[in-house]
Design a protein around this ligand. Sequence first.
Ligand code: HEC
Ligand SMILES: [Cu+2]
Length: 362
Amino acid sequence: MIKVAGMLLLLDFQLLPPTASSEAAKLDSLFFFLVALCGTVATLIIIFILYFVVKYRRRTPDQLALSGRSYRTLELAWTLIPFAIFLFIFYWGAKLYFNLMTPPEDAIEINMVGRQWMWKVQHPEGQREINTLHVPLGRPVKLAIASQDVIHSFFVPAFRIHLDVVPGRYRTIWFKATETGTFHLFCSQYCGTQHSGMKGDVVVMEPEEYARWLNSGSEGSAASEGQKLFRQLSCNTCHTGDSTARAPFLGGLYGKQVNLQGGDTLLADDNYIRQSIVDPEARIVAGYKPIMPTFKGQVDEEQIMLLISFIRSLKEGREQIPPVSDPAGPQPSPVGDAIRQSETNANAGNQPRTNANSTDQE
Ligand code: HEC
Ligand SMILES: [Cu+2]
């Protein structure tokens, strides 16, 4: 009997999901501290209520309340001690939060797109997967996540990471897996009828196994895919790779400060480049005319990520952006024509590339 009850009540009972990332245990410590603190305070309050109810009960029907006594030290104590405790909790929580939001420099960067109703993953080496995320053990992994449609939330309980993914911008988070195995991955934001199916697995592998997995069957790196797209979309009709007055040179742009019209400067990060593509008029580079058309609607979030991977791979000071495939062809005066024209050109003249950094052009 006892055995059965034990099995029902305890043995199969797990208070928390597995702890499989470097930050998970730290977050758990804070959580348990808060539970213990709240538990202690609640218990003390109940004990004092019961004690005072009995001690200060009315003894005769005409008894009056005592008043006018002041306990300054006591009042100061119950104000200042909780204040100190709250500040301590704030400090602890903020420290963990900033840590989670600041990926280590050496993190592997993986792109993800959430959409109704799946998670699409794009590894820099070119692998793509849906609802599965392969990562190596013991290395920090930074995720840059975008949403194609509505708000989704990326949630891996075993890593204690949770991130709202809002359409129109990238959000990033990182983790370092500390155990191999398969862990649940969820969308935790109600995002439509099949929200409950928007789930998958994070597969943590030994580093060698991960390297083997990466090398199996990819179609070329994200940067080289992005380069193809760059030509298909005729970005190269304007961004030719020379410093012309027509459009800025994109080599070395990523991570650099950009001077904008109006005198502001801004760091060229993923979000900036994304905005340059879908809403080019929002921020104009100093010295250029706002002639770049918006590519909103022509590229989805995954393609934008590929374009960014390509732009990131471009080194400073080299003429590595592809010239228009057929310089003798019709000149790109109306942009629409140019785009259609060089799509044909690009489709005719491209071989897939294997090396992300070989961006020299034929
Ligand atoms: C019609 C010419 C034209 C085309 C086509 C064009 N661009 Fe641009 N692009 C510009 C000009 C001009 C600017 C600078 C003015 C501005 O900020 O809008 C610019 C700015 C940018 C910037 C910001 C550069 C910086 O130095 O901060 C990025 C990134 C960019 N373009 C990427 C692209 C991509 C990717 C494509 C293809 C999907 C593309 N452009 C297609 C003309 C063009
Ligand atoms: Cu969702």
